[in-house]
Design a protein around this ligand. Structure first.
Ligand SMILES: NC(=O)C1=CN([C@@H]2O[C@H](COP(=O)(O)OP(=O)(O)OC[C@H]3O[C@@H](n4cnc5c(N)ncnc54)[C@H](OP(=O)(O)O)[C@@H]3O)[C@@H](O)[C@H]2O)C=CC1
Ligand SMILES: CC(C)CCC[C@@H](C)[C@H]1CC=C2C3=C(CC[C@@]21C)[C@@]1(C)CC[C@H](O)C[C@@H]1CC3
Length: 421
């Protein structure tokens, strides 16, 4: 289906319009540093100010900036390696399709191999755990300059290349949301690359560094809690790269431009905020009984089965509705020629994949115990993100499918949690 590209009217502006996005431009980095400093402080209290601000020099090092640039360059090189299939994205406004390489999982494998070889050769990866603050600053500055470059670049492309939501004419709003839909250098797609590669793999690498540092402190073995958190989150990262093609149908790729929100989200928020549980465990070790660990693993499995089952069912259905695994499901026809699933996972609630993702998020926090709020930050943030995302998606689906979407909402009344929401 072709995408519409008219500038949004003031009533359609998202995230609180220019004022809301200006506030977010400040609040997001402030929240990041508040959380990092709190996590590394003794009391680790989420609601109070960090006890003592470290000297400014603790926030910056040229070594951290070089390391970050090396990581981005390394992942970009892997992205360009001609391995794996190439697939087509959804039809654009000018009726063309972009090509995307599907080599994410292989790049993860190559990265893991090189990191493994490095570790065997004595690479002090654990030291990364002491560089998180300057690394986060370097990543924030990089995301800011990348967004500025993307904003300026967007004035060199034709109107058909602009994102439906990010060309309001207000510079702050457009800088935040992103004007251009698919900024590219030749075949190198900047948004697709950032969404899945450096940040997601960086998150897994930071977790590994924290686990190694903890193991060094405990004479060789990481704690059960750290092991669970790292394993759970690694599975999530590996899953995203294995099913990389699915990201081509997300709001981020289809609807949102590439601006500060995604540049900061992909390159800073994901690696440094999503690793908060492991950061917390390094500084605040938690004992975990085997039965409790077993129950948490069960919760993770339940969440993963729902998340993967729902995502795969929809993706299979969208790719090939007559695939035997989805051919028997009940559907609603829409005026666009597409159908909406109304049984199976998508007959339970209107966003079963969000439900599974939220259950997994809880399973990532529980190994950190219940004495502190900070390891639950991801869960609470994720509830807000997904509720807001669900609201945005509903609005777009109502526009796309009209009466058929209303019929779907009537048949499947709950959005994310059955009988609750
Ligand atoms: N960890 C994190 O920070 C984040 C994780 N995620 C995860 O990423 C994944 C993708 O999320 P997201 O892109 O938000 O949304 P979805 O994968 O849920 O995609 C929504 C789209 O699915 C299609 N759809 C909706 N209902 C139906 C139906 N009944 N039958 C068939 N198609 C339907 C519609 O598109 P169409 O009809 O055009 O195909 C709709 O626009 C999710 O698992 C989510 O949990 C997302 C955001 C952040
Ligand atoms: C900075 C703000 C608070 C908002 C940032 C949002 C981003 C962190 C997320 C927007 C959509 C995302 C997706 C993923 C990671 C987080 C961001 C970038 C996944 C790649 C996570 C793994 C899933 O399997 C697919 C997700 C697609 C969307």
């Amino acid at each position: 289906m072709a995408q519409q590209q008219t500038a949004p009217s003031p009533a359609e502006l998202e995230f609180g319009g220019p004022l809301g996005t200006a506030a977010l431009l400040l609040l997001l980095p402030l929240t990041l540093f508040h959380l990092l400093l709190t996590c590394h402080s003794g009391p680790c209290s989420l609601l109070s100010l960090p006890p003592e601000l470290p000297p400014l020099s603790a926030f910056w090092s040229s070594g951290a900036l070089l390391l970050l640039l090396f990581w981005l360059g390394f992942q970009a090189t892997l992205y360009l390696l001609p391995m794996g299939q190439v697939t087509e994205g959804r039809m654009l406004r000018d009726k063309s399709h972009l090509q995307y390489p599907l080599n994410g999982f292989r790049c993860l494998g190559l990265t893991a191999l090189l990191v493994g070889l490095g570790l065997a050769g004595g690479l002090p990866l654990g030291n990364l755990s002491e560089m998180l603050l300057p690394l986060a600053s370097a990543a924030t500055v990089t995301a800011f300059f990348l967004s500025l470059f993307l904003y300026l670049k967007s004035f060199t492309v034709p109107p058909s290349a602009l994102a439906p939501g990010g060309n309001s004419g207000n510079p702050v709003y457009d800088f935040f949301l992103g004007r251009e839909l698919n900024p590219r250098f030749g075949s190198f797609d900047l948004k697709y690359f950032c969404e899945l590669r450096p940040g997601l793999m960086g998150w897994a690498l930071i977790n590994l560094a924290l686990l190694l540092r903890e193991a060094e402190r405990q004479r060789g073995w990481p704690s059960l809690a750290m092991g669970l958190v790292s394993a759970f989150q690694f599975i999530y990262v590996a899953d995203a790269l294995w099913y990389e093609e699915a990201v081509l149908t997300t709001i981020d790729i289809i609807h949102d431009g590439f601006g500060f929100m995604l540049a900061f989200g992909d390159l800073v928020w994901v690696p440094f905020i999503y690793s908060l549980q492991a950061q917390f465990l390094l500084n605040h070790p938690q004992a975990l009984d085997l039965p409790v660990a077993g129950a948490i693993c069960l919760l993770k499995v339940i969440g993963y089965v729902i998340f993967r089952g729902a995502n795969s069912q929809k993706n299979t259905f969208r790719r090939n509705p007559s695939d035997p695994s989805v051919a028997g499901l009940e559907t609603i026809p829409t005026a666009t020629g597409r159908h909406l699933l109304v049984s199976g996972w998508w007959g339970l609630v209107r966003h079963p994949n969000y439900l599974g993702d939220l259950i997994m998020a809880l399973a990532w926090s529980l190994p950190c115990g219940v004495t502190h709020l900070l390891p639950y930050f991801y869960f609470f943030y994720f509830v807000i993100l997904l509720v807001h995302r669900e609201y945005r998606d509903e609005r777009q689906c109502l526009q796309k499918y009209g009466l058929a979407w209303r019929e779907y909402c009537r048949r499947v009344p709950y959005r994310i949690v059955p009988y609750i929401y």
